[in-house]
Design a protein around this ligand. Structure first.
Ligand code: SF4
Length: 428
């Protein structure tokens, strides 16, 4: 069998398997998932990516079984006779720039794609995410490490990151993106920096990152040039000088003083405050870090939202949450807690067949071609197919958000921001 035949056969099997799993026909779903990403949530995500609609076969697609956080919260819906009519389509768009100056950018749905770097994921998956973002009217992030020319046709949908390793940071990559994000830390592993293990550092990845092939790369923690809000402002001023039109995002993890960090970032000039809570990240993050360091995203959102309100600057900044946002319902709850919108990572990987096996850090560990730079495995994701599945997932989420808003009597997702009064504990 030629290499091309092997790829074609695998892709055929993958597509057939995902369709069957999405219909709940696989015999061993117990082998999947954990208390947060349960087997049912994984199967339901596959099914939504296949059909573009929420499951109707009784599969749980709204919450996991962790017993806390989003899984413990529910909405106080209006009685059926007071809900908005089913033919009314609440507005799902959110603004990414709420400051009086700078480019006005609204996205058509309250989410965009999280940072996944060239090197951590395959080029085909990056292209699929870009295509889906364009079709949906939103953004996706290149993560750190620069980005290949294949993404330039989608530059209007691109966020690029500047992280502590400064890998791939060049004036032309910054100037190509409409949003530039400083990544101070990742919620899954705050204080540990980033690691790209040698298996994944192919010649092409090394060229992009101006490093040496097959040598592990470490992004240190923290930025060694930033020890104060004033230092932070100098960083943002630097990007403003290179690319005056760019919107500036600041991604931070969730330490206990995250509210102070958020206000400091606002005064330094950030348009977007991106909070990354402790449940996020791929299988590349150590379990001990994921479970024990950062604050979960739910309390962090409320803490930052309230502090920005008390400082009188909440209306000037876009607050975005990530780190364990799994479903359309998690997004809606995060917004009710105080976020404007959410960043999505793992759910997009699941849309194209991720099994949540946590082998992401290995060069040839990803059997579906997502977190790999191996040229053969990378071909398992056809960009058109991947884009269609990611778009389908969000089409299903859009139906759910509109249903939630109508059931709350709201005409826009913006009316939901900070409405903690519409939430209740499921067990009380
Ligand atoms: S299937 Fe691939 S992307 Fe998903 S957890 Fe496993 S190695 Fe990571």
């Amino acid at each position: 069998m030629s290499e091309g035949d092997v790829v074609a056969k695998h892709v055929e099997n993958l597509h057939r398997g995902l369709s069957a799993l999405g219909r709940g026909e696989h015999p061993i779903p117990e082998a999947l998932g954990n208390y947060r990403w349960t087997a049912e949530l994984i199967l339901a995500t596959w099914q939504q990516a296949e059909t573009g609609k929420p499951p109707t076969n009784g599969m749980e697609y709204k919450v996991g079984r962790s017993g806390g956080g989003f899984d413990r919260l529910a909405f106080k819906f209006l009685p059926p006779e007071r809900r908005l009519p089913a033919d009314l389509e609440p507005d799902l768009s959110i603004p990414l720039n709420r400051r009086p100056e700078g480019e006005r950018i609204d996205i058509a749905l309250p989410t965009y794609g999280g940072g996944m770097s060239f090197g951590s994921v395959s080029l085909n998956f990056m292209v699929a995410r870009c295509m889906a973002a364009r079709q949906l009217g939103t953004f996706t992030s290149t993560g750190e490490g620069g980005f290949p020319d294949a993404l330039l046709p989608y530059k209007d949908q691109l966020i690029t990151q500047i992280a502590t390793g400064m890998f791939g940071v060049r004036e032309e990559t910054i100037q190509a993106a409409r949003i530039v994000e400083f990544k101070y830390a990742q919620g899954a592993k705050p204080g540990l920096g980033g690691h790209l293990l040698s298996d994944k550092v192919t010649a092409e990845v090394a060229r992009m990152r101006e490093s040496v092939p097959w040598a592990s790369l470490y992004s240190p923690f923290p930025f060694h040039s930033v020890y104060s809000v004033e230092d932070h402002k100098k960083h943002l001023d630097w990007v403003r000088t290179i690319h005056p039109k760019a919107l500036l995002s600041v991604k931070v993890s969730t330490p206990t003083d995250v509210d102070m960090v958020a206000v400091g970032s606002y005064y330094a000039g950030a348009h977007i405050l991106h909070l990354d809570g402790g449940y996020g990240g791929t299988g590349a993050a150590p379990e001990v870090a994921k479970k024990n360091i950062a604050m979960p995203i739910e309390p962090a959102i409320g803490k930052v939202h309230r502090y920005l309100v008390s400082e009188g600057v909440r209306e000037q900044v876009t607050l975005i949450a990530s780190g364990g946002i799994r479903t359309a319902w998690d997004v809606a709850k995060a917004i009710a807690l105080g976020a404007d919108g959410c960043v999505i990572g793992t759910a997009e990987m699941l849309a194209v067949g991720c099994t949540h096996c946590a082998n992401c850090e290995r060069g040839r560990g990803c059997q579906v071609g997502i977190t790999t730079t191996d040229p053969l495995l990378s071909q398992f994701i056809d960009p058109d197919w991947g884009a269609r599945r990611i778009r389908n997932l969000y089409e299903s989420w859009k139906l759910q958000w509109r249903d939630i808003l109508r059931s709350l009597g709201l005409r826009s997702i913006r009316e939901l921001v900070g409405r903690r009064d519409l939430l209740l504990y499921r067990d009380r």
